[in-house]
Design a protein around this ligand. Structure first.
Ligand SMILES: Nc1ncnc2c1ncn2[C@@H]1O[C@H](COP(=O)(O)OP(=O)(O)OP(=O)(O)O)[C@@H](O)[C@H]1O
Ligand SMILES: [Mg+2]
Length: 502
C-alpha cells in the first residue's frame, strides 16, 4: 500500500450553524494519502455538511483547513477542485439532456488549439471512455444521453468525472446506496484501485458491512461532535454503533409476528406494459411481504403499475376481494394504497415546502374542516406527532424539506404516507440512506402498521432486512415472480438463486 508522508488534509475545529441549529461543533478530521477514511454518524449528525465545507460549497463559521501542510481557504467549489478535491454528492448533480462525456467535462470543456477554440469532442470522448473503462463500464457509454441511464450508472459517471479530474482526494457521500450488486462490486474494486494509487477517499456510508470491507480508518460523528477516529480492522462494528448512537443497540430487526387476517390485497395477471409477463400475488392483513430481487428486476415498475403511477398493460387489482380500478395515484390513494417511493427527492417531497405541508399533502381531505377550508392547525398537530414518532431531526415543522439531511427527508416521506391511514403500504427501499438506529424505528413502524391490520409490501435489496422483517418473500427476476416462500424456508442463498433466474 502507498506509504503516507504526512496528512494530506487536516480540518481543525470546524464549526457551522444554520440559524439556531448548531450543526458542527469543532470537528477535527485528518485524512492521509492512500487511505479510505469513513465518516459514520446518524442522520443529521453533520457528515454532508462537513464535506460541503471541504468542497467549498458551504462556508464554515470557524476552523482551519490544511492541505498538504499548507493552510488553505476554500471559498468556492473551484478552489477545492484546483487543489484536487473531487466530490460525488449524495444527490447527483447532472444534466440529463447532455451526453455522458459532456456531463463529465461540464464547465471545463476541452478546446481545440487554434484561434477558433472550438470544443474538442473527440478528446473529451476518449478521456471519458478511458475513465469509464477503469470503472468496468463499456466505453460506448460515453456517447449515451445521461438521462436515459439508471441512477446507478449515472453515479458511476460522476465517479468517472472525478477520475478525469486527477483528484488527490475523492469524497463519496453514500455512493453505493442506489447501485446494483454488480455496480457495487465495480465501485469497490475501483475504490481499492484508487487507494493503491495513493488517492485518498473520504467515504460516507450507513452500510456497516461495506465500511468493514473498505475502510482503513473511521471517524464517528454524533450531534455535531467528533467522537473518535479508529482503525477499522481492530475495532468491532457494535462498538462503532455504540459511539454513533450513544448507546448499544439491542435488536437490529425487532420482528413481531401477528396472527394473519383475511386476504386483503390481490394482484391478478397485472402486466407492467403490454409486452411484459403477467404478475399475480396476494397478501393477507397483518403480513409483511418482502419483494426481493436484483436492481432492475422490475420491482419498482410493478409497484408503480399497482399505484397507477404508470399506465399498465392490463390486469386486475383487488382490495378486500373487490376489484378496484386504478388509473392514477389518486385512485390508488382512494382505494387505500400508499406508495413510499425510493426516489424521495424527485417523487416524495416538495423540497421548498415546510415539513407539515409535506406530511399532509397526500391526505388534504382529512384536514378539511366543516367549512371546507383546510384546518391548518390540525395539519400542524398531526405533523408534530409524526415528527416525534419518527424522530425527525431537527423536529421543526416549519423548516423546508430541502434543509433536512438525506435520512431525515426519508423519514418525512414515510410520515406522509403513514398519515393517509392506508390499508396497503408499499415501501420501496425504505431504509436506504437511513442510519442503523432510525432503521429500527422504521421497522417498529412497520410492526405497528401490520398490528393495526394493514398490509406491508417491502421492496428491498437488503437481504438481512428482508429475512429479518418479513413473513413471506416474493422474489422477482426479469419482470416475473420467480419464488414465493414463507420466511421459515427463505435464506440468502435461495433468494439469490431465484433472483438470478434459477
Ligand atoms: N442548507 C441548510 N440549511 C439549514 N439546515 C441545514 C442545511 N443543510 C443541512 N442542514 C442541517 O444540518 C444538519 C446536518 O445535516 P447533514 O446533511 O450534514 O447530515 P448528515 O450527517 O449528512 O445526515 P444523513 O446521514 O441523513 O445524510 C441537519 O440538522 C440539517 O437539517
Ligand atoms: Mg448526508
Amino acid at each position: 500500500m502507498f506509504k503516507h508522508a504526512g496528512s494530506l488534509l487536516e480540518m481543525k475545529g470546524i464549526t457551522k450553524s444554520f440559524g439556531e441549529n448548531h450543526v458542527l461543533k469543532g470537528i477535527d478530521l485528518e485524512v492521509r494519502a492512500g487511505e479510505i477514511h469513513v465518516l459514520l454518524g446518524e442522520n443529521g449528525a453533520g457528515k454532508s455538511t462537513l464535506i460541503k465545507i471541504l468542497t467549498g460549497a458551504y462556508q464554515m463559521d470557524a476552523g482551519e483547513i490544511f492541505w498538504e501542510g499548507q493552510r488553505v481557504e476554500l471559498n468556492t467549489p473551484v478552489d477545492a477542485m484546483q487543489l484536487g478535491i473531487a466530490t460525488i454528492y449524495q444527490e447527483l448533480n447532472v444534466i440529463p439532456e447532455l451526453k455522458v462525456y459532456e456531463n463529465i467535462f461540464l464547465g471545463r470543456e476541452l478546446k481545440r488549439s487554434g484561434k477558433m477554440s472550438l470544443l474538442n469532442h473527440n478528446a473529451m470522448k476518449e478521456e471519458a471512455q478511458r475513465c469509464l473503462e477503469m470503472l468496468g463500464q463499456s466505453p460506448a457509454l460515453a456517447d449515451q444521453q445521461l438521462g436515459k441511464l439508471g441512477v446507478g450508472q449515472q453515479q458511476l459517471v460522476e465517479i468517472a468525472k472525478a477520475l478525469t479530474l486527477d483528484a488527490k482526494l475523492i469524497i463519496m457521500d453514500e455512493p453505493t446506496s442506489s447501485l446494483s450488486t454488480k455496480e457495487v462490486e465495480q465501485l469497490y474494486s475501483c475504490v481499492e484501485q484508487l487507494r493503491e494509487k495513493g488517492i485518498a477517499i473520504v467515504f460516507i456510508s450507513h452500510r456497516l458491512e461495506e465500511i468493514r470491507r473498505l475502510g482503513d480508518r473511521i471517524t464517528i460523528l454524533r450531534d455535531g461532535f467528533k467522537i473518535d477516529t479508529l482503525p477499522v480492522k481492530t475495532t468491532e462494528t457494535d462498538y462503532w454503533i455504540e459511539l454513533m448512537v450513544g448507546r448499544s443497540l439491542e435488536e437490529k430487526f425487532p420482528k413481531q409476528s401477528f396472527i394473519l387476517g383475511d386476504e386483503g390485497f390481490r394482484v391478478e395477471d397485472l402486466k407492467v406494459d403490454r409486452a411484459s409477463e403477467p404478475v399475480s400475488f396476494s397478501a393477507r392483513y397483518g403480513e409483511i411481504v418482502g419483494i426481493s430481487g436484483l436492481v432492475g428486476a422490475g420491482r419498482t415498475e410493478l409497484a408503480r403499475a399497482i399505484f397507477g403511477a404508470d399506465s399498465n398493460g392490463g390486469g386486475k387489482i383487488f382490495i378486500d376481494n373487490q376489484e378496484v380500478k386504478i388509473t392514477s395515484p389518486c385512485d390508488a390513494i382512494k382505494s387505500g394504497i400508499a406508495f413510499i417511493t425510493e426516489d424521495r427527492k424527485s417523487e416524495g417531497l416538495l423540497l421548498d415546502q415546510p415539513l407539515d405541508f409535506n406530511i399532509a399533502m397526500a391526505n388534504m381531505k382529512k384536514f378539511k374542516s366543516k367549512s371546507k377550508l383546510i384546518d391548518l392547525n390540525a395539519i400542524r398537530v398531526t405533523a408534530k406527532e409524526y415528527i416525534k414518532e419518527l424522530k425527525v431531526r431537527p423536529g421543526n415543522i416549519d423548516l423546508n424539506a430541502r434543509n433536512l439531511s438525506g435520512g431525515n427527508q426519508q423519514k418525512v416521506v414515510i410520515a406522509k404516507w403513514l398519515c393517509t391511514k392506508a390499508k396497503v403500504f408499499i415501501f420501496d427501499e425504505p431504509t436506504r440512506g437511513i442510519d442503523v438506529g432510525a432503521k429500527v424505528e422504521v421497522y417498529r413502524l412497520m410492526n405497528q402498521l401490520v398490528e393495526s391490520g394493514a398490509i406491508v409490501l417491502m421492496i428491498s435489496s437488503d437481504l438481512p432486512e428482508i429475512l429479518g422483517m418479513c413473513d413471506r418473500v416474493l422474489v422477482m427476476s426479469e419482470g416475473k415472480i420467480t419464488a414465493d416462500m414463507g420466511i421459515e424456508e427463505a435464506s440468502q442463498e435461495r433468494i439469490m438463486k431465484a433472483a438470478t433466474g434459477g
